[in-house]
Write a protein that binds this ligand. Structure first.
Ligand code: DP6
Length: 317
């Protein structure tokens, strides 16, 4: 009763922030993301009746921090009465630093656990199960440009455009390593309950989704850049206006935004997005990736750079 699956993280261009139902982990808003190719998480799930509890190893080291949420994901995928499992995770990028490692982990674990239990599920069913573990994970079941629609008691996830139809690159400027001050699950609830801008964030989202959908359909880079940056800054405004305020940025985060503004005024096709962490993700046309990387690498406070193209959805290995 063992299977291995691989998934890549995704980066939201139109963000998920806020929950409609915390028990089912249903998002309050739809979202649009791109799935990456070069960063990956591989998960092996080995169910064993002889085990008394789940055991997790990440990159060959025992890890009890991530275990509770992964055990919960196994319960979602295989039922509470499942056998306990040995979970082995391999990840080629930093975990829990705002790089969407949870999305790839939960997507991969749901695919691996379903196969290990011998349960056949459609990609839509797998996306719903992954989304119950972590909202953004539902999107990593699909490749390329992905939309998660917020409708009814389930989420509908679909591929808007395959990865090779508009092969953009993503350059991630890592400005801090280590875990974030507050996890996104908790932070979203603080925003929902306290930000005076939260309701407006939710009610405006359909317009932002429609603009991004149009930009993607027509491969209009500057239209996508404009709506993605706007949506990102709006989400962070909701975070900043929460009580207590939720501020993930550091000096280098802001310095990277200035670098990207300078590149844009020099005619480079690039835009930024930032999630629940201080890293800056620069999405760019492949013709400009080297220049974007060099500029971000030279920005004060940038510790490391990761590069990726767009890739496929989660799959069994
Ligand atoms: C800022 O999917 O991590 O990255 O459902 O509580 O696990 P939970 O939240 P999570 O939130 C992701 C938030 C975001 C935006 C996004 O990816 O859409």
């Amino acid at each position: 009763m063992r299977a291995t699956a691989t998934a890549q993280p995704n980066i939201a261009l139109i963000k998920y922030w806020g929950k409609r139902d915390t028990a089912l982990n249903l998002p309050a808003v739809g979202s649009i993301s791109i799935t990456l190719s070069d960063l990956f998480t591989s998960m092996t799930v080995d169910f064993d009746d002889a085990l008394e509890q789940d055991v997790l190893h990440v990159n060959n080291e025992r890890n009890d921090t991530l275990l509770p949420r992964l055990s919960h994901a196994l319960d979602i995928a295989a039922g509470d009465a499942r056998p306990r499992a040995r979970i082995h995770s391999e990840c080629n990028f930093p975990i829990a630093a705002g790089l969407a490692s949870s999305a790839s982990s939960f997507a991969a674990v749901v695919v691996a656990a379903s196969a290990a239990m011998g349960i056949e599920r459609s990609v839509g069913e797998l996306a719903n199960l992954a989304g119950r573990a972590s909202g953004s994970a539902a999107r990593s079941l699909y490749g390329g440009f992905v939309e998660l629609e917020n409708s009814g008691d389930a989420v509908v996830v679909s591929e808007l455009l395959p990865a090779d139809a508009w092969p953009l690159d993503v350059v991630v400027a890592v400005t801090a390593t280590g875990p974030k001050p507050v996890g996104s699950t908790e932070a979203m609830e603080i925003s929902r309950k306290t930000s005076p801008f939260y309701e407006r964030w939710v009610s405006d989202q359909p317009d932002d989704l429609a603009s991004a959908r149009d930009a993607i359909a027509s491969r209009d880079f500057s239209a996508l850049a404009s709506i993605a940056e706007h949506n990102c800054l709006k989400m962070h405004s909701v975070m900043w206006s929460s009580r207590p305020p939720i501020v993930y940025w550091n000096d280098a985060t802001l310095a990277c935004l200035q670098t990207i503004r300078q590149l844009q005024s020099d005619g480079v096709d690039v835009f930024f997005t930032i999630d629940a962490g201080p890293q800056v993700k620069a999405v760019c046309d492949k013709a400009h990736t080297d220049r974007v990387e060099a500029a971000l690498r030279a920005t004060d406070g940038v510790r490391n750079i990761l590069r990726s193209g767009l890739g496929e959805g989660a799959r069994l290995s």
